[in-house]
Design a protein around this ligand. Structure first.
Ligand code: CLF
Ligand code: SF4
Length: 290
């Protein structure tokens, strides 16, 4: 680890609206919705919509090709030069879509100074880490809702891994193992890792501190505890109250830095976190041709 590399990473954190609370009002991000497929089935997910591991409920982002994504980035960066981060966060799992890597390659070639960011369920993280590093991703989010496979099995119905379906505990064991190994390898390779945890009352609410302790051990930079979105198989579970979420964050804080300003963005959001420009008027969209 050269001092120059460290310095560069610190700059990236300071300019990342999700990783640094102070950066959220100054710097923005653009999400490129190039990744429609997913390889797992979370019980709180309805796949007509964006991945809710890093997203807002009930929205469907239009999927772009890598070339369209590059074009959109050009247009948006021209109008919003304060955007410093290009993220791929769905609408499915970025690692389950080869377009994710094609897109990052195109962006890196044209915009070498932008920070490349990605959010994943982590199932394919160990085997894709080399590609992630090759295309230049430096900030990575992994959604970890449990480190105990018994609990994870209640949250994810099944996974599709190397062409085979694994249900319940069998799938949970594979996913948890890959997530933890993948996070460790990513941290060791110099990627700044964030973990998103969906707080699900009665399922993992008593388990989050155990997750936080593990994240500390693995060298995770920041943890984002998000409230459950009650839909799909979990439609009947009440989401946590703001007080319950706050208590969970407080309990985890001694182990890992807490993110408290998440906006649960769409897979095609852009601008400052506080102003989601993807919801701007049609006229404005046409004006800047996106
Ligand atoms: Fe996007 Fe996520 Fe990167 Fe940020 S969002 S891929 S880390 S650039 Fe940020 Fe949005 Fe919350 Fe995500 S506010 S949903 S944490
Ligand atoms: Fe849905 Fe995201 Fe879970 Fe895939 S990883 S099932 S897209 S919430």
């Amino acid at each position: 680890d050269s001092p120059k590399f460290e310095e560069e990473l610190l700059r990236k954190i300071a300019e990342h609206p999700c990783y640094d609370r102070k950066a959220q009002h100054k710097y923005g991000r653009i999400h490129l919705a190039v990744a429609p497929s997913c390889n797992i089935q979370c019980n709180f997910c309805v796949r007509d919509f964006d991945c809710v591991n890093e997203s807002r409920p009930g929205v469907t982002s239009k999927v772009l090709t890598p070339q369209e994504a590059l074009e959109k980035t050009r247009q948006v960066i021209k109008d919003y030069p304060f955007i410093k981060v290009v993220g791929i966060a769905g609408p499915g799992d970025p690692l389950a879509n080869k377009e994710t890597f094609e897109t990052f390659e195109l962006i890196k070639k044209e915009f070498p100074d932008l920070t490349l960011c990605m959010s994943t369920n982590g199932l394919l993280l160990p085997e894709k880490l080399e590609d992630i590093l090759r295309v230049g991703v430096s900030t990575l989010t992994v959604t970890i809702n449990a480190i105990d496979p018994e609990i994870q099995a209640k949250i994810v119905d099944h996974i599709v891994y190397h062409g085979k379906i694994y249900k319940g505990i069998e799938g949970a064991k594979i996913q948890v193992k890959n997530q933890l190994e993948g996070v460790k390898a990513a941290v060791d390779a110099g990627i700044v890792v964030k973990v998103n945890t969906v707080l699900i009352p009665g399922i993992n609410d008593k388990h989050v501190v155990e997750i936080a302790r593990k994240l500390n051990e693995l060298g995770v930079y920041i943890m984002n505890i998000m409230p459950l979105i009650s839909q799909g198989a979990f439609a009947n579970i009440e989401p946590p109250t703001p007080e319950e979420r706050k208590a969970a964050q407080q309990a985890c804080e001694p182990y890992v830095l807490q993110m408290r300003h998440c906006r649960q963005c769409r897979a095609d959001a852009y601008g400052l976190l506080s102003q989601d420009m993807s919801q701007m008027s049609e006229e404005r969209r046409k004006l800047i041709k996106i």
